[in-house]
Design a protein around this ligand. Structure first.
Ligand code: GLV
Ligand code: MG
Length: 337
């Protein structure tokens, strides 16, 4: 989990070639917008899109959203000018670069170095602009651990199902949906878990890719809830109508959030004031591992704007843990000294 948790529940793709979509995206409830110079932009429109994106970044007005630009991949002919022109002219309006089709850690190192050169030249803060690396083919997945370790600028690993499906020869064209005929329960389980483990091993966010059937909100919900249950922080959205479903899927429930905050407070109190490493909260034992789980749910809940309605109250002096917080039944677990 990153130190400073920034919500990325919904990451909205906005084609840089469409002024109308760029204008509209400002008012939408996505946690992140990324202005796309890659696959949503035809080769003939790349230069216009770059100019539009620079203007959109300089105009600002994105509220508290994370703002990113997806450049073309590191071995394409557009990539260096995407980075140099956009960051030199509008880097201050930018939180991250999304780098697609990362197949080798060298791609990330290249981008890190180039960003550093531009920052020295413009006098902007060194290292502020982050990198979100898309893992979208067999080669990238095979090297995902090295990729995740390639730069301190990395903020997130992003699964790219469309390119990945093509890369491994999956017999389906329904991007993000389960392929018909597959007998397992989730054809994306392996890449999703592989990417998640690499991301967490380097304290990065893990983001699922798009679900392209924009009219199928039930299918989108199913895919998003499943990725959230696995541990993902968010998912791309390719249409404004997908944002609410995805934000909801990646927000903890009010109950889970309240419980997480109570666990953190209770554990902090009992592990310091009473020097106990394991206590009961309701009918469940909590310990250091529970605290770590609670940290994640609390961070996600706060980031999603949830508010707590319950407070932890330490027991009165001389009272026992059983009298403790608001009848939650904190106490000594059976068999613990
Ligand atoms: C996204 O870039 C994808 O390929 O799914
Ligand atoms: Mg792709």
């Amino acid at each position: 989990m990153p130190q400073e948790y920034r919500p990325r529940r919904s990451c909205l793709a906005v084609p840089g070639s469409s002024q109308r979509f760029l204008d509209k995206a400002r008012g939408l409830a996505a946690d992140e917008v990324f202005l796309d110079l890659e696959d949503a932009v035809a080769p003939a429109a790349k230069e216009t899109a770059r100019r539009n994106v620079i203007a959109a970044l300089n105009t600002g007005g994105w509220g508290g959203k994370l703002v990113a630009v997806r450049v073309n991949d590191a071995v394409s002919r557009w990539a260096y000018r995407d980075v140099v022109e956009v960051v030199a002219a509008a880097g201050r309006g930018l939180d991250a670069i999304v780098l697609p089709k990362v197949t080798d850690p060298g791609h990330v190192v290249w981008l890190d170095l180039l960003l550093g050169q531009i920052e020295q030249d413009t006098g902007d803060e060194r290292g502020r602009i982050g990198i979100e690396a898309q893992i979208e083919d067999a080669r990238g997945l095979a090297k995902v651990d090295e990729i995740a370790a390639a730069s301190p600028r990395l903020r997130a690993l992003v699964f790219g199902p469309a390119d990945f499906m093509a890369s491994i020869g999956m017999a389906s064209q329904r991007v993000g949906a389960q392929p018909v005929g597959y007998l397992g329960s989730d054809a994306f389980h392996y890449p999703l878990l592989r990417i998640l483990v690499a991301a967490r091993g380097h304290e990065l966010a893990a983001i699922d890719g798009p679900y392209l059937a924009i009219g199928d909100l039930d299918g989108l919900r199913e895919a998003a809830v499943s990725a959230a249950a696995l541990g993902y922080d968010g998912k791309w959205v390719v249409h404004p109508g997908q944002i609410d479903v995805v934000n909801e899927a990646f927000s903890p429930s009010q109950n889970d959030y309240e419980r997480a905050e109570l666990v953190l407070d209770a554990y902090r109190y009992y592990s310091s004031a009473e020097r106990r490493g394991a206590v009961m909260l309701g009918d469940e034992m909590i310990d250091e591992a529970s605290r770590k789980l609670a940290l994640v749910a609390a961070a996600k809940g706060r980031a999603a704007g949830l508010r707590r309605s319950q407070r932890f109250e330490p027991p009165a002096p001389g009272g026992s843990a059983e009298d403790a917080p608001r009848g939650e039944g904190l106490g000594q677990p059976a068999g613990q000294g």
